[in-house]
Write a protein that binds this ligand. Structure first.
Ligand code: 9MR
Length: 782
């Protein structure tokens, strides 16, 4: 399994402060030509020769391997610390290290590159070059130094960074970077129980039952299915599949679908390898249908979480204007001149302050983002809307089905949870009289990143509102329009407010169709304090919002917009949908929600076609996941891609009643619940080994035992092929060279593989709701 411990990379979040005391002596030599010093002890730098691309390195603003060296392109006018290439290495107190590297620039530049090995804002193990102002030229120079670490630091940052603002653009390149000495690097190996991978929760009695076995055997192997007593109840032989691309390991598949007897505690064995125990039962998902929604309550902002309702999760209200919080009752807009303003081509601000209390925190951070909130709340509404289209049993969603403060108010609980977010989204609409009135602020978030752990009520950062965006505005329009039709029977006044906001925000987006949220740029904004949720194409948001407005109002102008959109007929649904590409959200609702849309049958057929294509992917993939990214890279939050795809397959069942689709939803879940390269369940509390150290500031049990782990039913982001180059320090330290499915680690610091997010739990909620309902009615009933 291609995993070894490597040094890491993390963006420098703020200018470095030099240590006043406690520095170990550093001896420096600068030599020509390159003669790196050989030193005893293990190598601490990974891929210092750049033979493996930029693996293990983090660099900004832009980097590439050129002529076998790691190179950073520095635009003219880049400030100090705005350009760097770096990775993390462990430092051990009292150990002497030898550093060597070569460095050059093209063309020659007067700018300085500072080289430092730093263990935090006030621990510098070695610093050199800065004082010497060694000229950088196209001729490679060797730099060597020895130093002794004066204290331990597991993840010291070795960085080559620009030290002063440069007048002219240049490129600097480093090569043969080496730090020898200290302890042998630890090797991270995922904790794998068995070569036999199963859904650790279980299989539906009449459904597909497959396991994946990791083995180099070329011949079919015998498998044995045992019941809880150890009695062999079925036997068969595996199907060799060769090396599986997304894991880089050779696998076989065992198919035991023909065995249908319900029971608990079955195991599957191949040779001396035995799977985790699993059930064959038709009550596997009712618990998850409920638990997957708990995360929304415990992630609420602006309300104290009641420990009686969510035992272990009680906490003070976050962001209700009580110190040390500095929001969200009266939040100013981004100050002019702020680093973050530099991301916008034209500066923007607004007057006064705004009450933006409520809503859900996005994830393990305390940002609240209209873009991501929109798709999340809409997917929960899609789940509820199945009770309207006849696909789901209203009793399963009735008032009193969730443990939330509003239970018992006569409104279905899932809608109560949804309202917590929708109320906040309404507050994010720019009021009349302001620039961009009617649009939605893109986000409200901390000015700078906070550390972990931190309870929301203890967040000391100033909160700021960010410039409105067309994408956020259309998320508000879509979600509010959908909410208007669902809340109508329970609260007509609220439905009216939602519809008015939907119409006005859609109109505002039409007036300003191109206010695009920029991507992050560490050179301009080294400490963003929140995620970007950038988007440079909002045609899909226009389609989704028009679709929801049409379904709610039937108005001809929204129908025209739907029919004219290229997204209406494109065949991209099988490629999934996600927060940045929401066309699929519109397509699914146009297919399922009753309307007089011309050509609605074709829309429905497109959903079935996409589902058939996803079923083919499940069949072709030896781990059975309905996910096979075209470029081969597993995305950030890949588990949500799997789940969104399963929602498409489940919707095909809702439309057709064809059992193969429901079966495909169940077998797709096998991947998330244990039939995968890492032999783990990604859903907290489900399966024998499940993710529970997800990245969060307040479900931070692994950092502070007084805090809880995430609630049961919370899905981790999952494998992220590019995790080691995101700046995620834990991924870079442990996952270098990982093959897609192995690019995951259940550690709280791994924000690029192991975060939890409202938009990832929403499809988990939909899918578990689907499966719980299917268990109750489908042929899988025992
Ligand atoms: O889910 C988002 C993913 O698609 C992006 O690639 C990534 C980087 O921009 O950001 C993810 O969203 C994070 C957001 O920016 C901040 N809150 C936590 C989200 C999950 O990691």
């Amino acid at each position: 399994m291609a995993q070894r411990r490597v040094p890491t990379a993390a963006p420098v979040r703020r200018p470095l402060v030099l240590a006043a005391a406690g520095l170990a002596a550093a001896a420096l030599t600068v030599a020509l030509p390159a003669t790196p010093a050989g030193a005893a002890g293990p190598e601490q730098v990974v891929n210092g020769t750049f033979d493996d691309g930029l693996t293990g390195w983090n660099a900004y603003p832009t980097a590439a391997v050129v002529d076998g060296r790691g190179c950073v392109d520095v635009p003219a006018g880049t400030g100090a610390y705005g350009a760097a290439i770096e990775q993390k290495i462990p430092m051990v107190e009292g150990e002497t290290y030898a550093f060597s590297a070569t460095i050059l620039s093209e063309p020659a530049t007067a700018a300085n590159i500072r080289i430092v090995i730093q263990g935090g804002p006030d621990i510098n193990y070695a610093e050199f070059l800065t004082a010497r102002k060694v000229p950088l030229t196209p001729e490679p120079r060797a730099v060597t130094a020895t130093f002794t670490a004066d204290r331990d630091y597991a993840q010291a940052n070795l960085t080559f960074q620009q030290d002063i603002t440069n007048d002219a653009a240049y490129r600097f390149c480093v090569d043969d970077v080496s730090v020898t000495g200290g302890a042998e690097p630890e090797v991270y190996r995922p904790d794998i129980h068995s070569a036999v991978r199963v859904n650790q929760v279980g299989y539906l009695p009449d459904g597909t039952k497959e396991a994946t076995i990791v083995t180099d055997a070329t011949e079919p192997q015998r498998w044995l299915l045992r019941n809880a007593d150890g009695t062999v109840v079925r036997r068969g032989t595996t199907r060799p599949e060769g090396v599986e691309d997304s894991a880089g390991v050779a696998v076989h598949v065992a198919d035991f679908s023909a065995y249908r007897t319900p029971g608990r505690g079955y195991t599957l064995s191949v040779g001396d390898q035995t799977s985790f125990p699993f059930d064959i039962a038709s009550d596997l998902y009712a618990g998850l249908r409920t638990d997957s929604k708990t995360f929304y309550y415990t992630n609420r902002s602006g309300i104290a979480i009641d420990d009686a309702l969510a035992p272990g999760y009680g906490r003070r209200a976050g962001h209700v204007g009580v110190a040390p919080n500095r929001g969200d009752t009266a939040v100013p807009c981004l100050p002019l001149g702020d680093d973050k303003q530099r991301l916008y081509a034209t500066p923007w601000t607004c007057s006064g302050t705004h009450d933006v209390t409520g809503g859900w925190y996005d994830a393990g951070d305390m940002g609240k983002y209209v873009v991501n909130g929109g798709i999340s709340v809409a997917q929960l509404m899609q789940e509820f809307e199945r009770t309207r289209t006849g696909a789901a049993d209203p009793a399963a969603y009735a008032d009193g089905t969730l443990s939330i403060p509003e239970a018992g108010n006569g409104v279905p609980d899932l809608l109560d949870e949804v309202r917590w977010e929708l109320d906040w989204m309404l507050r994010m609409q720019v009021p009349a009289g302001e620039q961009y009135a009617g649009m939605a602020y893109h986000k409200v978030a901390d000015a700078d990143w906070t550390g972990l752990p931190l309870l929301p009520a203890d967040d000391p950062q100033p909160r700021v509102l960010h410039r409105p965006s067309t994408a956020a505005t259309l998320n508000l329009a879509a979600a509010a329009a959908q909410g208007a039709r669902l809340f109508r029977p329970y609260d007509a006044a609220f439905a009216d407010r939602l519809l008015a906001a939907a119409r006005s925000s859609y109109a505002a987006a039409e007036r300003t169709p191109d206010l695009l949220e920029p991507a992050a740029d560490p050179a301009l904004d080294p400490n963003p304090g929140s995620g970007p949720y950038e988007d440079d194409d909002v045609s899909d948001e226009f389609y989704w919002a028009a679709a929801e407005l049409y379904l709610t109002t039937g108005d001809a102008r929204y129908r025209t917009a739907v029919l004219a959109s290229p997204h209406h007929t494109s065949r991209d649904l099988a490629d999934g949908f996600w927060w940045q590409d929401v066309a699929g959200m519109g397509r699914l609702d146009l297919a399922t929600v009753d309307s007089r849309l011309p050509g609605r049958k074709a829309v429905q057929r497109s959903v079935l076609r996409a589902a058939d294509s996803l079923l083919r992917t499940e069949r072709d993939e030896p781990f059975g996941q309905p996910y096979d990214p075209a470029d081969g890279d597993w995305v950030w939050g890949s588990n949500s891609a799997v789940l969104n795809n399963l929602q498409v397959v489940g919707t095909a069942y809702d439309l057709s009643g064809k059992r193969r689709y429901a079966d495909g939803v169940a077998s797709g879940m096998d991947y998330l619940l244990g039939r995968n390269a890492l032999d783990r369940s990604y859903v907290t509390g489900y399966g024998d080994v499940s993710s529970h150290q997800q990245h969060s500031r307040w479900y931070a049990h692994s950092l502070d035992p007084r805090l809880p782990s995430p609630p049961d039913g919370t899905v981790a982001g999952g494998p992220n092929s590019t995790a080691t180059s995101t700046g995620d320090p834990v991924a870079a330290a442990n996952l270098a060279g990982c093959v897609d499915q192995f690019c995951y680690i259940d550690e709280i610091g791994s924000w690029s593989t192991n975060e939890i997010t409202v938009n990832w739990n929403a499809p988990l909620s939909w899918v578990s709701g689907f499966l719980a309902g299917y268990e109750g009615t489908g042929p899988g009933r025992s």
